[in-house]
Structure formats: C-alpha cells, structure tokens
Design a binder for this molecule. Structure first.
Ligand code: ATP
Ligand code: MG
Length: 424
C-alpha cells in the first residue's frame, strides 16, 4: 500500500464532524461581523511569498513547497493566506467592489516543518483580513472577532496576548537599542539568534532555546520605544478591548514570525493542546499592500490553525455523525423490490433511510441497522407484501407493530420529527 505523505493526514468520519462544526461556527461568526468569504488558489507565484511573507522569515527560507512547473514558472503551494488575499484585493480592486473590504477564507496551507502533534506539513487555516482602515477600532474589532470565534467554539483555558511592534519610524530605533543592550552577550546566544541579530533583531524574541532565555528576558521591550503615533494607537486598541470586556495580557515577546507586521500583534494560546499551543495569530500590516504593488492601504488580520482549534474543542462538543431515521429490511426477492420503493419514498420525504444492499440474511440486515444506530426498522416479507403492510421494529425497546404500507412514510416522518421538536 502507498501511505500518505509525512506531515499530512486524512480527516476521517468521526473527526470530520468536529471540523465541520469549526467551519460552520467560524462562518456564522464572521458573517455576523460583516466579513465576506473569498477563495483563492492554492498555488501562487513563489515571489508573492518571497516578497509578501518576507525573505528573512523561516517560512520563506526553510518551509516553502516551491517548484518549477512544466512551463518553467516558479510556483509555490501557499504557506499562508495573507499575501494571497492581498493579491486578490489588489487584482480585483476589492476596495471599489465591496462596501467595506472585510474578507475571510478557509483552506489548506503547506509548510515543510518537522511534523509533531499540532504541527503538520499540510495544515488548515481560517483567515480574516480587513483593508484600508487605520483607526484602532478595527484592531479591536478583529481581536474581538478572534476572541468571539474561540468562545463560540466553546474553547476554554485560552489566553489572549497582544503587543505592538511599532512602525518603520520607531522599529529601527528599537532594533538598534536591542542590539546595543545585547552587546557582547550576542555571542552566548544560539546560531539562529546570532543570525537574527543582524538580519531582523526583533525575531530574537521568537527563540525557544532554553539557555538563551535568561539573556532574552533582560532585553528591552518594543512598547517602551514606540513613536507617538504607535503609542497612541496601542493605547486606543487597549481601551477598546477593555470597553468590550476582552481579557488580554501584554506580551513583550510577541513579535510574530513574519516581516510585515506593524503596530498591533496578537496571539491566542490554548492551555491543553500540547507544545504547539498557538491556536491563532495575527496583526496589522500597514506596508504590505503597497509592497505587493497595490495602493498605499493598511491592513490587519489573523489566521487560526484548524487542527489546533479541533484539538482544543471540548470533548462533549463532539458532534454526532448523521444517523438514519429508518432502516428498511427485506426478506425475499419480491420484498426486496418493494423495499427499494419504500426506501425511495422515505428519502423523497426528506428522511435519512438506509438499506442492506446485497440481500444478506435478515440477521445480518438487523445487525447492519444496529451498527448504523437506526432507531426504527421497517421489515418487508412475503406476508407483509400480501397484506399491504410493513412490520415495524422499535430498536430501543425491541417492540414490534404492524402498519399499513400506505401509512409507512408518514409514520416514520412523525417519529423522526418528535425528538427534534423536543429540542429548545
Ligand atoms: P508556530 O509558532 O506554531 O509555528 P506560526 O507563527 O508559524 O505558528 P502563523 O504563521 O501565525 O503560525 O499561522 C497562524 C496559525 O496557523 C498558528 O497559530 C497555528 O495555529 C497554525 N499553524 C501554523 N503552522 C502550522 C503547522 N505547521 N501545522 C498546524 N498548524 C499550524
Ligand atoms: Mg511556524
């Protein structure tokens, strides 16, 4: 047998219901906040991410699935959604086409990483982006949206961390202060950090090497170096979050792994899903649209990892698989033909009706009904056919009765509606 590729996985019946629940909930919450769905291709030009995600990021340097196609073009499987959505925003002038360019998307992303729990090579994100709004109320709305998504999924034990990474005015000052504060200590840090200290010093805060941590803990904080504009913006974001009653912690180390972030960054961490505990991350990217050849428009958004959301769902939220309302069993060939007719009528009435296809013994048909957890079995045999009747077995109580064939569909419809009507 030919196994699936390392770092990819099949989402099987039993788990897929939890995925569908996450997607349906996300869609409901996003639409309620006025975000419109967009779908973009999985393959894009490599340069979109080289430029958009950033040449110095781990994603571009180590993790992209990039190849030359038969036409000689450099193609990549998208590692994240934001550059694609920025491209679509620019390419289709969504600013004109939409009243407010607030969009969301779902789909697979690809990164060549070391697979482990909560980390895959093909994984899935729900992604939200807003373009053209500078006001800090939109930062608060997007964070509120992320928080509301998590809460609507019933996920508890989560923490929201926020920070501001400044802008092209104040960030270089901060980077210089960071390098100065490090001084000679830079030599004690890991190789990655030494490289970061020259390419992108803020990324030192991403380091997870244990021995580096005491040094990193002593470094200056971005928020103490913000220019007036960035400081005012950050204070306003915090104020609006407070007004909305959204609990957060300011995390000085939250710089995020992508080059394009400016001002607000945020992340949601889940307690109970293991080492890969970031379920969602995002921030503002005021220079990216222009950088990718569009008009000078700001942007903000977030991406949540669906695998990690599914892991974090409460166990009792496991959404049950669809069950038949009724199973149709038949004994003998004439009854089998009649059973298929009854099956058809039940389905046309909107019921989930199932049958055993290969004409096995009554015993194995009843076993099948039991495995499918059908509450009701309609049994047709020669006697029933002759009398124009159907035998009914109620599986929960093992009681039997006989009804007229002409009344069978209505009978099943009545029983199937009863439990639904009891629900609030
Ligand atoms: P991490 O620190 O876990 O590597 P990241 O900063 O690379 O995350 P982002 O690029 O911000 O992640 O993507 C947003 C979300 O997508 C993450 O919070 C996570 O839930 C999910 N995610 C990222 N990479 C993977 C992966 N390889 N497998 C599964 N989920 C992932
Ligand atoms: Mg990563």
């Amino acid at each position: 047998m030919i196994p699936a590729i390392r770092g990819t996985r099949d989402i099987l019946p039993g788990e897929v219901e939890r995925w569908a629940f996450v997607e349906a909930t996300a869609r409901r919450v996003f639409e309620q906040y006025g975000y419109a769905e967009i779908r973009t291709p999985i393959i894009e030009r490599e340069e979109l991410f080289a430029k958009g995600t950033g040449e110095t990021t781990d994603i571009v340097q180590k993790e992209m699935y990039a190849f030359t196609d038969k036409g000689g073009e450099r193609i990549t499987l998208r590692p994240e959604a934001t550059p694609s959505l920025v491209r679509a925003f620019v390419e289709h002038s969504l600013e004109q086409a939409m009243a407010v360019p607030k969009i969301y998307t779902f789909g697979p992303m690809f990164r060549y990483e070391r697979p482990q729990k909560g980390r895959y090579r093909q994984f899935h994100q729900v992604d939200v982006e807003v373009f053209g709004i500078k006001d800090p109320t939109i930062d608060a709305e997007v964070i509120d949206l992320a928080w509301t998504l998590i809460k609507s999924l019933g996920i508890d034990g989560v923490e929201l961390a926020i920070n501001s990474v400044g802008c092209p005015v104040c960030r270089p000052r901060f980077a210089a202060a960071l390098v100065a504060a490090l001084g000679e200590d830079v030599q004690k840090l890991c190789g990655d950090c030494q490289r970061r200290s020259t390419t992108n010093p803020l990324r030192i805060f991403d380091c997870k090497v244990p021995v580096d941590q005491p040094i990193i803990d002593g470094l200056p904080h971005t928020v103490d170096y913000l220019c007036d504009e960035c400081r005012t913006h950050f204070d306003a974001v915090r104020k609006y979050l407070d007004v909305n009653g959204i609990p957060y912690r300011v995390s000085h180390r939250l710089v995020r792994g992508l080059d394009y972030y400016t001002k607000t960054t945020f992340e949601v961490l889940a307690g109970q899903i293991g080492a890969q505990n970031a379920v969602l991350g995002g921030g503002r990217y005021d220079g990216l649209v222009k950088e990718l050849g569009g008009p000078d428009r700001v942007g903000i958004g977030f991406a949540a990892g669906v695998e990690r959301l599914v892991l974090a769902l409460p166990e009792q939220l496991a959404v049950p698989a669809a069950r038949p309302d009724v199973f149709v069993a038949a004994l003998g060939d004439p009854a089998r033909d009649a059973a298929f007719e009854l099956l058809r009528d039940l389905r046309r009435a909107g019921l989930n009706a199932q049958i055993e296809y290969e004409g096995r013994s009554l015993k194995s048909q009843m076993k099948r009904a039991d495995r499918l957890k059908a509450p009701l079995v309609f049994l047709l045999g020669d006697n029933e056919l002759a009398r124009g009747e159907v035998s009914v077995k109620h599986m929960a109580t093992s009681t039997q009765e006989t009804i007229a064939r002409a009344a069978a569909v209505e009978f099943a419809v009545g029983l199937s509606r009863r439990p639904q009507a009891l629900q609030p």
